[in-house]
Design a protein around this ligand. Sequence first.
Ligand SMILES: *Cc1c(COP(=O)(O)O)cnc(C)c1O
Length: 382
Amino acid sequence: MNTTQLPQLIRPDLQAHIYSDQLLTNVRNLRTFCPARTRFCAVVKANAYGHGISEVVGILRNYVDAFAVATFYEALHIEPMTGGKPILILEPVNPAYTPEQIKLCARYGFHCELSSLEGVEYAHRVLQGSDLRISLHLNVETGMGRCGLDEPICSAILQRLPDCPNIKLAGVMTHFATADEDDLSYAYEQLFRFERFLTKHQLKDRNDIIIHACNSAGTLKIPQAHYDMVRCGVSMYGYYSRPMKNPPVPLTPALKLQAPITQLKKIPAGHSVSYGRSFIPKRDTLAAIVYLGYADGYRRCFSNRAQMKIDQSLAPVVGRVCMDQVILDVTDVPNVKLGQMVTVLDNQHDSPCGAYALSELADTICYEILTMIHSHVKRIVH
Ligand SMILES: *Cc1c(COP(=O)(O)O)cnc(C)c1O
């Protein structure tokens, strides 16, 4: 093993298996659900939702039309890997960008979000007189209440842009706040406001502008909003934003996380386990120590609540989850072996250690469970 020049610490004992077939099938199913003209933008922010950004971009680059990331730095990181596919940066252009950053965005053809008039003026000032041109997407506030811009400011920007030759209005977008909920009335209200905006400014028939609105939930539930492009994250990785009955598109999780059993030991009845003595077995117990903990993305609140899978058997987590170790009760699990790999996060929707089940235990959404998977976990592409 070459240990002299590792650019980044990797833990090959912690293995996130990434199944290319699943990822590509999810993309194909989502694409088929959209009109043929609708572009597919693969959202790979947050280390591709914990799946590994380099790995996912490598798998997808020939099968998607664009990539979206949260920040400039992620865009710079994947730029050499996308095979020329455009990258949309969701962070708005703003004066905290250095002039150099603005120029690099233009040079690399990054598409950036636009969420202020100051952003326009800043990009204009930096690029003025050069032969560089930056592609910006106007983010329209329709009810998300985050980085969209209210109509009067959008209007001011649309009026200002013709005087900014170094800025290309490449897109107009909005973002849904509630597309994952059962009640879609608010989402439809947002769609209505977006439509009204597009009509008022005669943006709908301009084929030099990409109009986009849908995240995963919007893509699945509001087909009228597909427009020129959809921005899919969680669905591509195989999940509905929240568990969904009768989904219109089949999706399969593309990741399975495994860690090894590094120790097996007998714990006599009545002896306590781990910090805080939160578990005291009533029977003589065979315990397995799995070498992963909250520092690797396995939440501490799973203590005494979650389960892991050993072959086809389930074993409960007992005692507190530690920084880098978890203890399982494997008394009832047949043929447990030292060194055996245990499934920590399963690739089935209904698995007791799937992302939905774990997110329920942690009182969160599957996104957070996935993105917590530490970047030092080894990604193994199948
Ligand atoms: C993260 C994000 C998405 C992707 O959301 P999913 O629910 O994972 O599909 C789409 N659009 C914007 C603006 C985002 O920030």
